[in-house]
Design a protein around this ligand. Structure first.
Ligand SMILES: NC(=O)c1ccc[n+]([C@@H]2O[C@H](COP(=O)([O-])OP(=O)(O)OC[C@H]3O[C@@H](n4cnc5c(N)ncnc54)[C@H](OP(=O)(O)O)[C@@H]3O)[C@@H](O)[C@H]2O)c1
Length: 251
């Protein structure tokens, strides 16, 4: 059995990834505040075990206990691989930093950066004696490498996440059973996050029109296709420990 812990599988890319991973011998453990009916129905149809853990990742101090509950579902004796995909994320607040409320900056980094760090730490602790494949994939963005006017929180969180994944790979590389860790920018995907971006004000996000045009010219990829590419990366030899890649450079 392979176990997949996926944050943000209720919609968007996370849902697309979870759908791509539905197959015999896979058990999905999904974290979000809401659930995907489609995913639950498809999992039942494919006889694939799937659990939703309803959880707000902004509540950082309860993440260690959440991880304990998730790992109670994992039979390490029967597992050949355990995977964590830190996918859940938000783009807001979208505006110049001096116009952001302090609590909005705090909330953003708790969801996009601190939650993946705490899930990763718990994952490493819970799998320390597990000798099978252990991989963590962080869902990053081109915004990790390029500054965008109005996205200071988003760019900072994603850049931090990339560096965090590299540090984990560095800390793990001499372990007897290392956890592998990498990050991937998934391309521009037709999800609710893109709707929020197109709905932002021009004065807050000066690149808004470009994102409107990308949508109107059909250049956004579907969550289903993006999910398939991410699933392939996660399970194939293309997974490169310590790297931070853009999926568009690979597939
Ligand atoms: N869409 C793009 O073009 C694009 C491009 C580059 C990178 N990305 C990255 O891809 C990832 C997925 O984004 P998406 O476009 O699929 O966004 P989305 O459609 O808005 O989905 C976001 C997911 O994150 C979960 N989430 C958000 N806040 C949460 C919280 N406080 N606690 C628990 N779960 C939370 C949501 O679940 P609930 O609402 O049910 O809690 C949802 O499942 C993000 O990390 C994003 O930065 C997206």
């Amino acid at each position: 059995m392979k176990y997949f812990i996926i944050s943000g599988a209720s919609k968007g890319l996370g849902e697309g990834l979870a759908l791509a991973l539905l197959e015999e011998g896979h058990h999905l453990l999904c974290i979000s505040r809401s659930e995907s009916r489609q995913l639950k129905t498809m999992a039942a149809a494919k006889n694939c075990p799937l659990d939703f853990f309803f959880f707000d990742l902004a509540v950082n101090h309860e993440i260690t206990s959440l991880a304990g509950n998730i790992f109670q579902k994992i039979d390490k004796g029967a597992a050949t691989g355990i995977y964590l995909v830190n996918n859940a994320g938000v783009v807001e607040p979208v505006r110049r930093v001096e116009d952001c409320k302090p609590e909005a900056i705090d909330m953003h980094l708790r969801i996009n950066l601190i939650a993946p760090m705490l899930l990763t730490a718990a994952f490493i602790r819970h799998t320390i004696d597990f000798k099978g494949e252990k991989r963590i994939l962080n869902i990053s963005s081109g915004a990790a490498k390029n500054p965008y006017y109005g996205w200071s929180c988003y760019c900072t969180g994603k850049a931090g996440l990339d560096m965090f994944g590299r540090c984990v790979a560095e800390e793990q590389k001499n372990e007897a059973c290392p956890v592998q860790s990498m990050s991937v920018a998934p391309g521009i995907i037709d999800t609710g996050m893109q709707t929020i971006i197109r709905g932002s004000k021009e004065r807050d996000f000066i690149h808004r029109q470009k994102f409107v045009e990308l949508k109107e010219s059909g250049q956004l990829i579907s969550p289903a296709l993006a999910g398939k590419k991410i699933a392939h990366l996660l399970l194939s030899d293309d997974f490169r420990d310590g790297e931070s890649i853009d999926i568009r450079d690979r597939y």
